[in-house]
Write a protein of this length. Sequence first.
Length: 375
Amino acid sequence: MNESLIACPAVLALELAGGGSPDRLELTRDEARTLAALMADDLRTLLPGIETARLAVAGALFDGVELLRPGFPVFATLEELARRIPRVTDASGVVAFGTHEGHMPAQPLVPDPAYVGGPMRLLPWMLLVPPDQAEDMGSRMETELVGRGEAGTATADFLMRTLGMRLEHARYLSRNDLIALTCVQYEHVNLAPLWTVLESALLTPYKDETALGSRGLPLHYAEGRVGIPGPAAWFARAGGKGSDAAHEFAGTLFELRQYAALLAAHHVPLHLEGESARTAGYLLEPMAEADPALPPPALYAHEAAGLGMAAITVAQPAPGKARVLAHGYPLAPDALAPLLDAMVERYGATPEIHALGRMLLDAEGALSAPAPVVH
């Protein structure tokens, strides 16, 4: 295949009916070829003149978070395979990839069943277009698909029969359409700040980007990851005072968990600024070193409705006020155990957890630990 061909990526967006889900997420190689031929018929009607382009189809159904990751690995893999295996391209200029003996030809084309629950599945495809036609074809894809890109009846019927699902709609969209749709969806659920940094990671990964969460927590994208300040120190500086401070801080942590889950799904790492250690599903905010003259550090669990153990503080009992060494934030559902292990190992804390039953903040709005009882 001519290496100078320009890739114009897109999806076939499948809106499932009635909360259903497909019987499987992958098509066999023969099924993918059949589907690709049906899609080619649709696209010849929608985009006259595509006969000079090559159509490449991945016979797999993905969630949007899997397709919108830095470097667009699913699309990059589809393009690489389409260029590398020209022998499977038929006379009509169509190439399709599905499973052979139960396996897709490359790992990035394997959908993750963890994301199967959404109401929409996305099947990736692209046109490989001669350079002198690429700008015109890309422009027509942007205008024609979003406006009248409903898939043909034969295409939709084949997918429903083959994958055992009912569809409300099956529509062709460019990858830019998918990005715009995702932006609207995130804005609709008050995640516009998160989308700001995600969009930078996807489209301008070489540029820094800053946004403020809805509660004011700064998000800073740079060098492929999103950094935030230590939540407890930031909240104390930002004026977390008053009788409602604990509730406000719990709200910040709830929002942070939302951000962390979506960043992880899009494969954009989240870290505490100034901390180089890589963590899995949690953040560890150092505050002070242990004082060897004081008793061994202990672990205290801050709890909040809807969050369970919202934060873990490791602190040493000290006269009048506990010496706080660090705060840990479990952000992923399975992150609490490794967070506790890390805090025990790093600070020599006793592994027993003291449940506080609430969020404990001091008078300055700083996350704290109980002062020792003086007898």
